[in-house]
Ligand binder design. Structure first.
Ligand code: KG4
Ligand code: ZN
Length: 338
């Protein structure tokens, strides 16, 4: 069964052709270069980019897969959460194709598709139940994933998402956008790993919620206070301290959720899951836990892409889910607890 995946929730225009976990093509065209000078995604620019390039990306996705539109049996599209103007382009294309090709269409939640990106390709597929941790530019949340696409939201961030915190810290340190990859690179070069101390966020002993605005503000105050000392070395040490701080929090809460729910598997998805230090720390924590196993998507599937929409859409379809032409773009679409 061939599924056409469509993802336009933020600044990546992506289309894919998938068959189950096999990715025949996955084209991602990003407008990130247009947002760099603003230090974050400008919704209007992202929307215009999708409208301008989506058909070109569709052509490329079909060409690279060696398939034609006639062979597509299902259209899976991200319908939220995300930027409304951006989502609308993908949803409109999905509706037109579904109507003209007379094939079913299914709307997919962006957060969940990040989690199920771990099911793509050759990597070992996690069994249910597992704890799902979504770490992206727009969201940070923990789920208990019970069985075939049934999940319960356990906790989420009370303020910034972790990717957003990486982006804002990079902006404070004038490192450019997007912040995640450059902060990771700088942190790796840090020579004095004890020099900068940042406060730990504490939301109560029992809380699995996240909060990243405190540590981001602490970086801002540290930079203001030490303005005269700022040089390359100090920037690297700040990046190190920030990255350790937020990663420790993510690892600790995901491990605690696994313990509380008596689950031995954790799946991490979203742009920040590309971070090598995050992967190392999770792997270490799992080793010491005596039995917990952590699964990550292949790095190329961590950032926004259509293949993860296709794989989840197909599974939902097989379980009887369908969308009709009333499917709307929902900027604040929530994950339904099932
Ligand atoms: O999942 P994603 O592509 O888009 C959203 O759904 O938000 O994630 C983008 C986020 C950005 O905030 C970016 O800075 C972050 O993922 N990111 C990283 C890394 N690569 C991307 N954060 C930390 N380390 C990385 N290597
Ligand atoms: Zn995303």
């Amino acid at each position: 069964m061939l599924t056409l995946g469509i993802e336009t929730s933020c600044d990546e225009t992506s289309l894919s052709v998938t068959a189950g976990r096999d990715v025949l093509s996955n084209i991602v065209s990003s407008s990130v270069h247009l947002h760099k000078r603003y230090g974050g995604v400008v919704p209007e620019i992202a929307s215009r980019f999708h409208v301008e390039y989506i058909l070109e990306v569709l052509d490329k996705a079909l060409k690279n897969s060696g398939k034609s539109l006639k062979e597509i049996k299902l259209i899976a599209v991200t319908n939220g959460p995300g930027l409304v103007g951006a989502l609308l382009t993908g949803v409109s294309l999905a509706k037109s194709l579904s109507l003209s090709l007379r094939v079913p269409m299914i709307g997919v939640n962006h957060l969940l598709s990040h989690l199920y990106s771990a099911f793509l390709g050759d990597a070992e597929r996690p069994e249910f139940p597992f704890i799902g941790l979504v770490v992206s530019g727009g969201h940070t949340a923990l789920f208990y994933c019970r069985s075939g696409y049934k999940q319960k939201l356990l906790s989420q961030t009370q303020d910034d998402a972790v990717g957003e915190a990486f982006d804002k810290v990079a902006k404070i340190l004038k490192l450019g956008y997007p912040g995640g990859p450059v902060v990771e690179r700088m942190a790796k070069l840090s020579k004095d790993r004890e020099r900068v101390k940042l406060p730990k966020t504490f939301l109560g002993t029992d809380s699995l919620d996240f909060s990243f605005s405190g540590v981001k503000t602490a970086v801002l105050y540290y930079v203001r206070k030490n303005e005269r000392l700022m040089d390359k070395e100090l920037v690297r040490d700040i990046c190190y301290a920030f990255q350790e701080n937020v990663i420790d929090d993510l690892v600790e809460k995901a491990m605690r959720a696994a313990e509380l729910r008596e689950v031995r598997r954790i799946v991490v998805g979203g742009g920040v899951a590309a971070n090598t230090r995050l992967r190392e720390k999770f792997t270490d924590a799992a080793r010491f836990s005596g039995g917990v196993k952590v699964y990550f998507p292949q790095k190329m599937y961590c950032m926004d892409n259509a293949a993860m929409v296709g794989v989840l859409g197909e599974e939902l379809y097989k379980r009887g889910c369908r969308s009709d032409l009333h499917l709307s773009a929902e900027p604040n679409l929530e994950v339904v607890n099932a």
